[in-house]
Design a protein. Structure first.
Lengths: 174, 163
C-alpha cells in the first residue's frame, strides 16, 4: 500500500459474531495487515492484549458478558492493563449521539458505524496512525482527548474542565 | 495557578507512524479496490451467514419466550443488533430495517414488551430471508416493515419512557 506499511501492524479484533470478525479481517488483510488475532469475548481479548501486544484494537460494542465499552474502560484505567494507550476503534450499529458520547467517554479513539465500508475502515486506520489524539487525565477520565482534531491550536481562554470531554468531543466522530 | 483537580494533557510517542510510515496524500485506491474485491469474493457465503444469524435470532426469541428476564432480553437484543449491523452487507436491506425496528422496541422501554410484537419481527425477518427478498423496494415487504414500524411507534408512545 503506497505510503503505509500496514503489514507492520498488529491488530486485535474483538467481536462475538464470527461473521463480523471474518468481514473485518478480510478488509484488513486486503489493506496488507497480516498480523491479525481475534477474540470472541473480553476475557480472551484481555489475554491477547498481553500476549500479542496489538498496535490497534478493533472491537465491537455489543458483546455478551463484558461489552466493548466496558472493555475499553478496562484497557484505559485498569492497573493491570497491558497498554492503556493502545488505539481503540469501536464497531457499532449504534449511531445515536448519546451512544457516541458514551463510547467517547469510555476512551474510544475512533467510531465505525455498521454496515462497515472499506473506505470507512481505511479512514479510521489512517486516523489513528496519522492523527493520534493527545491523552487527557482528569479526576474522572483517562483516555484520548475527546475534542475535535482540527489542526489549529486553540488560542482562546481555557475551556477544559473536569467535565469537558463528556460533552465536547461528540463532533469529533467521523 | 494551582487547580484543585489538575488536568494532565500529554502526547504519547507516535509509535504507529514510525512503524507504518509516512502519509501520502489521497486515498490508496488500489487497496480500496483490493478490499472491495475481497468482500465481493465473500458474497457466496452471505446466504449461509444470514441464515445462521436468523437462526441465532430464533434461538434468542425462544429463550426470551421461555423466561423473560434481563439476560434473555439482552441476548435477543444482541441477536437483533447483529442483523441490524450486518444484513445490509449481506444484501438484505429489509432485514436490517426490521431488525432496527426490533432493536427500537427492546431498547425503547424498560417495561415488558409484547411477545406477539417480537414474534411479528422475527417472523418477518424469516420470511424475507426465506423468500430471498434482496430489494429494498419490494412492495409486499415494505408494507410489512411499515406496519411493524407503526406498531412499535404506537407501543413506545404508550409505554413508560426508558429511564
Amino acid at each position: 500500500m503506497s505510503g503505509y506499511r500496514f503489514d507492520r501492524l498488529k491488530i486485535l479484533l474483538v467481536d462475538d459474531n464470527p461473521h463480523m470478525r471474518r468481514l473485518v479481517s478480510t478488509i484488513l488483510q486486503a489493506f496488507g495487515v497480516t498480523k491479525i488475532q481475534d477474540a470472541s469475548d473480553a476475557k480472551q481479548a484481555w489475554v491477547k492484549l498481553r500476549d500479542f501486544s496489538p498496535d490497534i484494537v478493533v472491537l465491537d460494542w455489543m458483546m455478551g458478558g463484558t461489552s466493548g465499552i466496558e472493555l475499553t474502560k478496562m484497557i484505559r484505567t485498569s492497573p493491570t492493563s497491558p497498554n492503556p494507550f493502545v488505539p481503540v476503534i469501536m464497531l457499532t450499529g449504534h449511531t445515536h449521539v448519546d451512544r457516541v458520547r458514551e463510547a467517547r467517554d469510555a476512551g474510544v479513539n475512533e467510531f465505525l458505524a455498521k454496515p462497515i465500508s472499506v473506505n470507512a475502515m481505511l479512514s479510521r486506520l489512517v486516523a489513528v496512525v496519522d492523527h493520534p489524539r493527545p491523552f487527557v487525565r482528569t479526576k474522572s477520565y483517562f483516555g484520548p482527548s475527546r475534542r475535535r482534531r482540527d489542526g489549529h491550536e486553540y488560542q482562546g481562554p481555557e475551556r477544559r474542565s473536569e467535565h469537558d470531554g463528556a460533552h465536547a468531543g461528540v463532533d469529533a466522530v467521523a | 495557578m494551582t487547580k484543585e483537580h489538575p488536568i494532565e494533557i500529554f502526547m504519547p510517542p507516535n509509535i504507529l507512524k514510525a512503524k507504518v510510515g509516512g502519509r501520502i496524500a489521497g486515498v490508496d485506491m488500489a487497496a480500496v479496490k483490493r478490499a472491495e474485491q475481497a468482500l465481493a469474493n465473500l458474497k457466496t457465503e452471505f446466504s449461509d451467514w444470514i441464515n445462521t444469524d436468523v437462526g441465532n435470532l430464533g434461538e434468542a426469541r425462544d429463550a426470551f419466550a421461555a423466561a423473560v428476564n434481563g439476560d434473555t432480553r439482552s441476548a435477543l437484543y444482541r441477536a437483533a443488533h447483529d442483523l441490524r449491523g450486518q444484513a445490509l452487507t449481506f444484501e438484505y436491506p429489509l432485514v436490517a430495517r426490521v431488525a432496527t425496528s426490533l432493536c427500537s422496541l427492546l431498547d425503547g422501554v424498560d417495561d415488558a414488551v409484547p411477545l406477539t410484537l417480537v414474534d411479528a419481527h422475527v417472523n418477518a425477518i424469516r420470511v424475507i430471508v426465506r423468500q430471498n427478498i434482496r430489494l429494498a423496494n419490494d412492495k409486499t415487504a415494505i408494507v410489512l416493515t411499515e406496519e411493524l414500524d407503526a406498531r412499535v411507534r404506537e407501543f413506545l408512545e404508550k409505554a413508560k419512557p426508558k429511564r
